[in-house]
Design a protein around this ligand. Structure first.
Ligand SMILES: Cc1cc2nc3c(=O)[nH]c(=O)nc-3n(C[C@H](O)[C@H](O)[C@H](O)COP(=O)(O)OP(=O)(O)OC[C@H]3O[C@@H](n4cnc5c(N)ncnc54)[C@H](O)[C@@H]3O)c2cc1C
Length: 492
């Protein structure tokens, strides 16, 4: 029987990111997918600021930036949401196709030694105190023994069903339809969305010669497996838009609904769920792929620490306690966006009110920071205002170089950053995997999205996912020992 440390079911963006995170920590990974090969299809068309920061931390973003288009605004329920003044190096939406994301993440996983095993669906598992045996079906049925199994196998997750984890939420009330096409008679504007009598339609010019056309109907619910032909799509688009722009040569036609569901638990013993396997929702505001990648980065270092015995087992429970509320608020905001997008007099009035409110910087920031996930504030049991927030990409001068914080994060190690002459504490045995960095920073305060300007700390302990575990404003190490044990303490 083959053995590994972690079996990942699903080679979408979530599974690929998780595989790379685990490999950075030296964990053995089997990445399996039920499909015979990658489809090259792109549901998602963009990523947001926090995802870009995470990819920047791992040195992957520079591969994506030239392949995407930077757009200053995203949207909330179709109302423009400008990110330009957000405190990040990436105050924009990067319009980049999911197929490109997957290609780059796959290249990265490959460099780190993981290749997807295709035609390998997970069909069952048995777990006990010592490990888990994962049954793989398909053309080469086999069993893989591992320490953990992670279901990154999408909205219809077999792993979630096999684990008996309920997926609760609301059913579909509206239907979105997509066609990636060429246009004989394209509109003058390459990007726009309009409201019609039964819903809305949009045109997105992805590349010079092809467009994504979208129709969202609120008077129709298509069952999940129903076929949507190109001619059906054309008829629906024509009905709402009054023109078909001469659409032809479809590359992909599909439909989706606004069902919003979330796994009640993200863990069942040695089994975890991440990405769409853990949560589905209407793709309003473009958040799903971002959520999945960020689930993977939150889970990756914790699972690696459990395998490598560099953290207490209880650390694994913080995956659900931290990530479940984040997806729950995405479900909430996408339901709110669906309500805003409905046609009719009442929704029109609501949109008018929201259009006014969104002009207020505070409202725009609140909604934008939620959509971009820049405002995440995990409970790390430390009362410094930086604790739980994402560490900014601070400019730093060390004894050997001028750098930025994100460049220190390439290897996904925990980092104890000592600033402006704070003496290095002697770390107890068992904490050798923590990078201790002494540096000077030119800034007297850091602008933290959602928290305002915070005076630069004297020392800060940053987790491998880029979130602050502990910080202090005064030179000294009050609370550091406790934080080290909570987050990075070795298992007996
Ligand atoms: C129309 C539309 C537009 C969207 N736009 C955006 C956007 O702009 N931005 C954004 O962030 N998100 C967007 N999303 C959401 C995004 O596409 C998903 O959230 C994302 O694909 C989830 O990634 P994942 O890896 O979790 O799951 P998936 O991408 O679904 O990958 C799951 C993988 O698991 C495999 N699998 C299934 N069953 C098994 C099994 N039993 N064993 C092994 N493997 C299995 C599948 O073959 C698949 O490869 C959009 C979604 C839709 C529908």
């Amino acid at each position: 029987m083959a053995t590994t440390d972690v079996v990942i079911a699903g080679s979408g963006p979530t599974g690929l990111m998780l595989a790379a995170e685990l490999r950075l920590a030296g964990v053995r990974v089997s990445l399996v997918d039920g499909l015979p090969a990658r489809t090259g299809e792109s549901r998602a068309g963009g990523i947001h600021a926090r995802t870009m920061e995470i990819l920047d931390q791992r040195g992957i973003l520079n591969r994506l930036l030239p392949q995407g288009r930077q757009m200053q605004a995203g949207h909330f329920g179709g109302l423009a949401l400008n990110f330009a003044d957000f405190d990040t190096d990436h105050p924009y939406l990067l319009a980049v196709l999911q197929s490109i994301m997957e290609r780059e993440l796959e290249g990265r996983a490959d460099e780190l030694g993981v290749n997807t095993q295709w035609s390998s669906p997970v069909t069952g598992f048995r777990q006990d105190e010592a490990g888990i045996e994962v049954e793989i079906g398909g053309v080469r049925p086999r069993t893989i023994r591992a320490a953990y199994l992670v279901g990154c196998d999408g909205g219809r997750s077999a792993v979630r069903k096999l684990a008996g984890i309920d997926f609760v939420g609301t059913d579909t009330t509206a239907t979105g339809m997509i066609a990636d096409v060429e246009l004989a008679d394209p509109p003058a504007q390459p990007f726009f969305a309009r409201r019609g009598a039964a819903g809305d339609y949009s045109v997105i010019g992805f590349e010079p010669d092809w467009y994504r056309l979208v129709v969202q109907r609120h008077d129709l619910v298509l069952p999940r497996g129903a076929e949507l032909s190109f001619e059906d799509f054309r008829a629906n688009f024509l009905e709402l838009a009054g023109t078909d722009y001469g659409m032809h040569s479809p590359r992909w036609v599909t439909h989706y609904g606004d069902a919003a569901r979330q796994a009640v638990h993200y863990r069942a013993g040695r089994v975890f769920l991440a990405g769409d396997a853990a949560h589905i929702h209407f793709p309003a505001g473009g958040q799903g792929q971002n959520l999945g990648i960020q689930d993977a980065v939150n889970l990756g270092w914790k699972l690696a620490a459990a395998v490598n015995r560099t953290a207490p087992e209880t650390l694994l429970d913080t995956y659900e306690s931290e990530r479940h509320p984040i997806a729950a608020r995405v479900l909430r905001n996408t339901r709110a966006q669906t309500a805003l997008m409905r046609p009719g007099t009442h929704a029109d009035a609501l949109r008018d009110v929201m259009s006014d409110l969104i002009e207020l910087p505070e409202v725009r920031h609140r909604l934008g920071l939620m959509i971009t996930a820049l405002d995440i504030d995990y409970d790390t049991k430390c009362d410094h205002p930086l604790a739980g927030r994402r560490m900014p990409d601070a400019a730093l001068i060390t004894t050997t170089c001028v750098t930025r914080f994100f460049q220190l994060c390439r290897r996904a190690h925990p980092i104890l950053l000592l600033l402006d002459g704070t003496p290095a504490p002697v770390l107890p045995t068992g904490f050798e995997h923590i990078d201790v960095v002494s540096a000077v920073t030119p800034a007297t305060a850091w602008a933290i999205p959602g928290a305002g300007r915070i005076p630069t700390p004297a020392a800060v302990l940053v987790r491998p996912d880029g979130y602050v575990a502990w910080a202090t404003g005064e030179p000294g190490a009050d609370g550091l020992a406790e934080a080290l044990t909570t987050w990075f303490g070795a298992t007996a």
